[in-house]
Write a protein that binds this ligand. Structure first.
Ligand code: MG
Length: 454
């Protein structure tokens, strides 16, 4: 796909991501969907309203009536789509820096479009074959009120309110000026938590921090937890489909540790859990302990969604899925990542133990990451051929969905070409640091030797 990547399409607003581009995407999507009604929603970005206007305009010109939802977290827009059976054009660049924006397309079942659906829309986009209607059939816009409130109410109904309220928690929330600023603090208050906030004014210039919830952007939250004696810190990305945590000591919790802790609470023997090929050893170990099946997919949330659907079609139970970046699925709740719901599931665990103890079993794993740059196709091919040879020669369990992953039971190593930069990345993880280093360096040695021979 040229136009849509695995998580929609993103670019610097008004440069790559112009109103004209969004207008055409909306016309193409409206033409393929043939729905009488399509909703448009956005996160808090400064260019959000301009681009939402373009989307609404494009949809009306192909005959769709437009529900304008205003600022809503992506999972809130997905809840609206499912409830109203209305597809949504979501204007968001998720965790990207402030100058970016993007378009995400959500089907009338509330789920991100699968690759096959995106390809059909992309074909219309490239061929510019839009279903333009006569003036008298162009769509009308209406502003829909209360979408955020309904989203929060549905969340409250979906979690164990009593358990969370009884835990009497102080929760520090950093929505990072994003769409979650308008829903998450209220949600946690209604759950009976005492809520303190940082960066909680919606602001598309993101004055307090960048939207990506990574430790270098979350110093405020760590300090807020410490200063207020909070039980937990919760941070979202710009569209609040992800949640990242701090423990009661103000320490950052790795996303992989959170995923493992939540999976340990959800998985029963015989269940399946879906994650991407760079999945942490933590989740491998949890699946093992629970007698659950770990199913791997290529990296990217659409691949995870597709695999969950396949497994559910086969009658398998998939209570939890996701990646170590804080984007977690609870498919029995909804087939979307939801930062607020994920946070509430984590709060349920805090009823019994402090956050540091919840994640303690998943501490002490060591990750190694090595990048090998290449210059041109010949070097790239040599690197990948060497990775394949190395994989074939090993006695580990091999997964070749996206690069070469070798699972040794106690450790794993993965070599895969970067999707965005001219390099092959090598990842390795084990509880034992020397073991992870040894596996990564073994791979690195073979790849560097192959590159030197080109
Ligand atoms: Mg996001």
């Amino acid at each position: 796909m040229k136009v849509f990547g695995s998580s929609g399409t993103r670019g610097v607003a008004n440069e790559a991501l112009t109103p004209e581009f969004v207008l055409k995407v909306a016309k193409a999507a409206g033409t393929v969907w043939r729905s009488d009604r399509v909703a448009v929603a956005r996160d808090t970005r400064a260019t959000g309203e301009m681009l939402a206007d373009a989307a609404a305009s494009g949809l009306a010109s192909v005959g769709a009536n437009v529900d304008r939802l205003g600022i809503v977290p992506t999972p809130g827009a997905q809840a609206y789509a499912e409830r109203e059976e209305t597809p949504v054009v979501m204007i968001t660049a998720s965790h990207n820096p402030p100058k970016y924006n993007g378009v995400k397309l959500i089907g009338d079942d509330g789920v991100e479009l699968a690759v096959a659906d995106l390809e059909r829309i992309e074909q219309k986009f490239l061929a510019e074959k839009f279903e333009s209607v006569p003036w008298s059939q162009t769509g009308e816009s209406r502003h829909v009120e209360g979408v955020r409130r309904e989203y929060v109410e549905a969340l409250l109904d979906a979690v164990d309110r009593e358990k969370i309220a009884d835990a009497d928690l102080t929760v520090a929330v950093d929505p990072g000026h994003g769409a979650g600023a308008l829903t998450s603090p209220e949600f946690f208050r209604k759950l009976g938590c005492r809520v303190v906030t940082a960066n909680s004014q919606p602001d598309g210039h993101f004055p307090g921090r960048n939207p990506e919830p990574v430790p270098e952007n979350l110093g405020d939250l760590g300090r807020l937890v410490a200063a207020t004696d909070a039980d937990v810190g919760i941070a979202h990305d710009g569209d609040a489909d992800r949640a990242i945590f701090y423990d009661e000591n103000g320490e950052y919790v790795e996303g992989d540790a959170t995923l493992a802790a939540l999976a340990a609470a959800e998985l029963e023997p015989g269940d399946s859990v879906v994650s991407a090929v760079n999945v942490s050893q933590r989740l491998v170990d949890v699946a093992d302990e629970r007698d659950a099946y770990l199913e791997l997919t290529p990296i990217g949330s659409t691949n995870i969604i597709t695999r969950i659907r396949e497994l559910e079609k086969q009658g398998k139970s998939v209570p939890v899925a996701g990646e170590g970046n804080g984007g977690i699925f609870f498919p029995d709740y909804r087939l979307s990542r939801d930062g607020a719901y994920t946070a509430a599931k984590f709060l349920e665990l805090l009823a019994d133990r402090p956050a540091s103890e919840v994640v303690a079993p998943y501490d002490g794993y060591h990750n190694v990451r090595i990048n090998i740059e290449y210059d041109g196709d010949a070097e790239r091919e040599a690197l990948l051929a060497a990775a394949e040879r190395e994989a074939q020669d090993s006695d580990a369990e091999m997964t070749t969905l996206d690069g070469y992953r070798l699972d040794y039971g106690d450790a794993w190593v993965l070599a895969r070409p970067s999707g965005t930069e001219p390099m092959v990345r090598i990842y390795a993880e084990a509880r034992d640091e020397a073991r992870a280093e040894e596996l990564a360096e073994e791979f690195e040695g073979q790849l560097r030797a192959a590159k030197a021979e080109v």
